[in-house]
Design a protein. Structure first.
Length: 184
């Protein structure tokens, strides 16, 4: 699976160019419309441009859809048997992990099944540089799980990614998930 930082960087670049193109043409259009004199924008030109933006926007979304690495696993989730399942509880602003360190082997498909007994929390996995790998909302009384595959070694912290009151800011379990790959 492609790392989420690569996907985020690519999407940021693509959407930035798309928005800059829209802003540039809208600025040009506003300038032409507000200018004194007969420099009015022809409707055919304007609608052709809007059509082009629609085609570019839909294309960008389709390309984005096919570059999300975890999409394939989510689409076929019902037929995937995870290699590991971690049952994690959350209550009283604390994560209750099944072990002090959650050990995972590279390329294992892991199901994080998280349940809350009191409030809505978040469950996020973070790299040492504090960038997020993934996150989900954990709602009491509902199924809250995420299936993930790790393709490289790493050590990750768990954090709550939802506001659950002032005590929620301290919901961090440092170095809780350890992914090891033989030969790395």
């Amino acid at each position: 699976m492609v790392d989420s930082t690569t996907v985020l960087w690519g999407q940021t670049l693509a959407y930035t160019f798309y928005v800059l193109a829209i802003m540039a043409v809208m600025g040009w259009f506003a300038r032409r419309v507000t200018r004194a004199g007969p420099s009015v924008v022809r409707p055919a030109f304007f609608y052709a441009f809007v059509g082009l933006l629609v085609v570019l926007g839909v294309t960008l979304h389709l390309v984005t859809y096919f570059t999300i690495p975890w999409k394939e696993m989510d689409m076929h989730r019902a037929s995937i048997t995870p290699d590991k399942v971690f049952e994690i509880g959350v209550a009283g602003h604390k994560f209750q992990l099944p072990a002090e360190k959650l050990q995972i082997a590279c390329h294992d498909k892991v199901l994080f099944n998280v349940s809350s007994k009191d409030l809505t929390y978040g469950f996020g996995l973070f790299r040492p540089d504090h960038s997020m790998v993934f996150q989900m909302q954990v709602v009491p009384g509902h199924r809250n799980d995420i299936l993930w595959q790790f393709d490289g070694p790493g050590t990750y912290s768990i954090r709550s990614t939802e506001y659950s009151g002032p005590a929620g800011v301290g919901m961090i379990v440092k170095d809780a998930v350890i992914v090891s790959c033989p030969g790395h």
